[in-house]
Design a protein around this ligand. Sequence first.
Ligand code: NAD
Length: 367
Amino acid sequence: MSAVKEIETPASTSIFEMVGNMGHEQLVFCNDEATGLKAIIGIHNTVLGPALGGTRMWNYASEQEAVTDVLRLSRGMTYKAAISGLNLGGGKAVIIGDATKIKNEALMRRFGRFVDSLGGRYITAEDVNMKTKDMEYVHMETEHVTGIPEAMGGSGDPSPVTAYGVYMGIKASAKKVYGSDSLKNKSVAVQGVGQVGMYLVEHLVKEGAKVFITDINQEKLKLVAKNTGAQVVSMDEIYDLDVDIYSPCALGATVNDETIPRLKAKIIAGAANNQLQNEAKHGYMLLDYGITYAPDFLINAGGLINVGAEYYGTYNREATLKQTEGIYDTCMRIFSLAEAEKIATQEAAIKIAEQRIEAMGKVKLSY
Ligand code: NAD
């Protein structure tokens, strides 16, 4: 593996080229006529352990788009696990189709059987358009699933832990930029107040930060504003606010050619996956603009830490939160490396993750 890559995939790229380019081990196409299931499981790297990552259901415009998504997402999981010190590899699955139309018990259980057929090389969990109930169906067919409800002995919703890790990442970034990690009187623009965003806003407000929020969903927005006193702004306005910190907690690719010149924030730190539209280009563009970027796959790893503990049977919410606190120190380590080597923070983070994978790969050479 090598550090940051251009991972845009033109339509002419063959599947083996795409898989090879990003260094994946395995790509599994799952097809079932009876239930209408069309799924792809991507296993990126299992040097550190079995590949753990959620299942996303999405109505992709093309099969190529679904392949690209599963390849990108599973690669991100490898780095997330590695940098968080977990003994897990990187994987992810996508199910192609409109969740409101095709999702049902039979389809989810059939998917569970495909997961089971991999014998534990891939462990699934919830992602976009998946609910805990869906994981219950998957669990009827395989043990290789996490994010099971607490009532069934699982770890429940990982979002509060993810939010806590993002909060740690924001504090570490403030320490780097302002010399203090206190967020009192710091202004933060939070894009998306869903499962993670709403818990994050609570942490920020509690510490005395001035918080601005936006969301497509007006009801959620009003509720979070009412509960926390955060100020509502429009969806487009979020990029132009005169704030200290921009925290993307909705979508990927919001850090791009168009938005970077508009941002006045000195820090970008949020929960969304794949925030940089182009990892290499925009990582360096932020460096040029003097904006400190806390790598997304590091600071949103709380959820993975949570489900990882569930999988290994060592789950304890307090211990998980303590482990998630470690994100602060890892951020500081990455900022130091990036500064010393004059490289983008994203590149520094990938470098540290790859070093761990390489070193641990050597440990496993002998039994
Ligand atoms: P969610 O779906 O609960 O919340 C996302 C919110 O963003 C929703 O309220 C949605 O209405 C809003 N939104 C969508 N498009 C928007 C736009 N253009 N502008 C403003 N708001 C918009 O998801 P979540 O679980 O809170 O996750 C948030 C992000 O963090 C996602 O990118 C997810 O992949 C990532 N993430 C989540 C976890 C977790 O534990 N839940 C872990 C790691 C990463």
